[in-house]
Structures are given as structure tokens and as C-alpha cells.
Design a protein around this ligand. Structure first.
Ligand SMILES: C[S@@+](CC[C@H](N)C(=O)[O-])C[C@H]1O[C@@H](n2cnc3c(N)ncnc32)[C@H](O)[C@@H]1O
Length: 361
């Protein structure tokens, strides 16, 4: 193992004096045993083929590094992430894309910030059952965008913080909360840097989803951040579009009706998908700049495995055939204002909701 670590130090070009550890193999034991003042880099998915080109190949497979330093006399460890240059470029492109989408979304009927779409309408009943009473708890909404769901979460009486990479979104969310007289604290940061951006604050509940995870390149890294943000016994609640929703596409047959077919990946693993689109998913005008965005497919198994790998226990995993908006023209609105395929269509999941809890210690 020592020889492997030495070779990784050389191949990954780690700083002088730093130790390199491979996540999932050594990270927990390794960080705990690092002497004060030693810089530690934790890398994912290091691939070290033998023979010519090994150094180049090793660099290509590293998706990110976590840099842990032991701060001051407190002995606590702070984590900062650096991604490889290509992944960084894609995250930066996404930030610019979300900044460009924000004014269009804020003016859209889809989000209904004029009051035409109450915040509670973004939640299914079972979400409130799973979340339980939130009043008085510290709650963090990751990737909160305009803060529509954040408002509903804050209205329960939770002390609420929203975090998003898009400065334009965070500004819009602050205005919306002020208009409603809600004391929500908003922070602009990349979710991967949330621990440092929030100054080491921890939470009883972390909520995220409905179009969030697809913008994250590395779920192991995300799950590690979530685990750091939770207090012991605190819970993550993630409500996400099902991989099947992303995989299905419409094939218009001759008679004009819509037919759904599997047209995209259901499973993770193909890397980033680049999308260059002037139209966003809401109504409103076209984007005039920053039209390129990157998405990563994440299957449910990957999400569960990332969270259990970060030490969380899975409490609940639901699948739902409904969505809070009509993805296809054939979808029918139910009494709650959510949308499902017609009653005679096959029952397929379009959304999933997962609750995971950090152990007491
Ligand atoms: C579709 S919204 C999800 C929020 C909410 N469900 C909604 O529909 O408004 C996706 C949000 O993720 C944010 N985002 C994308 N990548 C991020 C990152 N690396 N860190 C933090 N936020 C990110 C975007 O800025 C955007 O506001």
C-alpha cells in the first residue's frame, strides 16, 4: 500500500509533503491518523495502468481532490474541493447558464412568483409526512434556485438556509423571501464547497432535488458534503426526477398522438452530457447568452450507494408516477395539482423521494 501511495503522489503531481489517500479505501482511517499540519489530498477513482502513458491516464481519471487541513488549535478538519480543469469548466458553464436562465424563470408562469403558483404546490403530501415536524429545526436547502421550495420549507417554522451556485438565483431568492417577510439566509456557493461556505454550520435537515443532482459530476463527493453538513441523527431528504423520466423521449407517430420510448441512458456512467439550448424548461423568451450546460445522469443505485458510502442509513425510498408539472402533453392533472400519465398507461416511476439519516455517532 505504501508503494501505491508513493506512486500516486508522483503520478498525481501532489504537492510536496502532502499525503494522497483514495476515498472509500483509506479516507476515514487516513484522515483521523494524519498528524497536525500535514496537508492531505483525497482523490477519487485513481486508475494507474502499467506501462507507457500511465501518468497521463492517471491524471485523466481523477475527478476531484479534497484538500483537508487541520485548522488552528481546534483540531477540526476543513474540506475544500478542487476538480480537474475540464470538470471545473463545466461547473462554471452551468453557473453562467443558471444566471442567464434566472430572469426568464423569475418572470415565468411556470414558477408563478407573482403568487399564481403557491410554494406548497411544489411538494407532494408524502414529502411533509417523511420530513415530519420542522418547526424550530435548522434546515438547509441545497441548490435552491429562486427559493420557491425554500419558502415553503421556511413557512413550517424551520430556521432555513438556501444555497445555490447562481448569484442571480440567490439575489432573486432573497427578494422573494423579503417580499414574504421570511428570514431566510441565502448563500451563493458551489454545493461542493458548502461546508466551508457555511462556516462549518451543521443542520438537522438537508433538503434538495427536483432537478438538482443532474448538475453534479460526482455523487460520492456530494454525499460526503451532505454527511458533513448534517448533525448526528440529522436527515437528508432528496426528491429527484427518476432516471426513467430522463431516459424517456417522445416519438411522434403519424396520427399525432405521443408515444414514449427509451431514448436516453437510464444508468449512470457515460459522463457529462453537453446541452446547447436557447430554450429553458419554462415559458418566456429565449436565452441570448450562456446557452451551454452540462448534466450527469445518476441512477438510483448510485445515489443510494454514495449515501451509504458516506455513512448515512437509508430510511425510506419512494417512487411516484406523478410530477409537479406536465412533462408530456398526455399527462393528466390530479386533485393535488400534480401530473401523471393517463390511467390506462403503464405505471412507471417519474420521481423518487429518499430519506437518509446520519447515525448518532
Ligand atoms: C432546477 S434547479 C433545482 C431547484 C428547484 N427544485 C427548482 O426547480 O427551482 C437547479 C439549481 O441547481 C443549481 N446548481 C447547479 N449546479 C450547482 C452547484 N454545483 N452548486 C450549487 N448549485 C448548483 C442551479 O444554479 C439551479 O438553481
Amino acid at each position: 500500500m505504501l508503494a501505491l501511495l508513493r506512486r500516486m503522489n508522483r503520478d498525481l503531481g501532489s504537492p510536496r509533503g502532502a499525503m494522497v489517500l483514495v476515498r472509500n479505501e483509506l479516507v476515514t482511517r487516513g484522515v483521523a491518523s494524519v498528524p497536525d499540519g500535514v496537508l492531505v489530498e483525497i482523490v477519487d477513482e485513481v486508475h494507474l495502468p502499467l506501462g507507457a502513458g500511465a501518468r497521463r491516464a492517471a491524471r485523466r481519471r481523477v475527478t476531484h481532490r479534497d484538500r483537508w487541513t487541520r485548522s488552528g488549535g481546534s483540531g477540526s478538519m476543513e474540506r475544500m474541493t478542487t476538480f480537474d480543469a475540464e470538470t471545473r469548466r463545466m461547473i462554471d458553464a452551468n453557473r453562467a447558464n443558471w444566471d442567464a436562465r434566472t430572469p426568464i424563470h423569475a418572470a415565468s408562469a411556470f414558477y408563478g412568483l407573482d403568487g399564481s403558483r403557491p410554494a406548497a404546490g411544489w411538494f407532494a403530501d408524502y414529502e411533509w409526512d417523511d420530513l415530519g415536524p420542522l418547526a424550530g429545526l435548522d434546515l438547509l436547502h441545497l441548490q435552491c434556485h429562486l427559493g420557491t421550495e425554500t419558502i415553503a420549507l421556511a413557512e413550517t417554522g424551520a430556521r432555513t438556509v438556501g444555497l445555490d451556485i447562481s448569484g442571480a438565483s440567490v439575489r432573486e431568492a432573497r427578494g422573494l423571501a423579503a417580499d414574504r417577510g421570511l428570514a431566510i439566509d441565502y448563500v451563493q456557493a458551489d454545493v461542493h464547497d458548502a461546508v466551508a461556505a457555511l462556516g462549518g454550520r451543521t443542520f438537522d435537515v438537508v433538503y434538495t432535488g427536483k432537478g438538482a443532482l443532474c448538475y453534479l459530476p460526482d455523487l460520492d463527493r456530494w454525499a460526503g458534503v451532505v454527511a458533513d453538513l448534517l448533525r448526528p441523527c440529522g436527515s437528508l431528504y432528496v426528491v429527484e426526477f427518476h432516471p426513467l423520466l430522463y431516459a424517456l423521449g417522445v416519438v411522434p407517430p403519424a396520427d399525432g398522438s405521443e408515444e414514449l420510448r427509451v431514448r436516453g441512458d437510464f444508468l449512470a456512467g457515460r459522463g457529462a452530457e453537453e446541452r446547447d439550448a436557447t430554450r429553458t424548461y419554462t415559458d418566456g423568451p429565449a436565452l441570448t447568452e450562456a446557452t451551454v450546460a452540462y448534466e450527469w445522469r445518476h441512477d438510483v443505485g448510485e445515489v443510494v450507494t454514495a449515501l451509504t458510502g458516506a455513512g448515512l442509513g437509508i430510511d425510506r425510498l419512494r417512487e411516484d408516477r406523478r410530477l409537479p408539472w406536465p412533462r408530456w402533453s398526455t399527462m393528466v392533472r390530479d386533485a393535488d395539482g400534480w401530473f401523471a400519465l393517463p390511467a390506462d398507461a403503464p405505471l412507471i416511476p417519474l420521481l423518487y423521494a429518499l430519506k437518509a439519516t446520519k447515525p448518532a455517532r
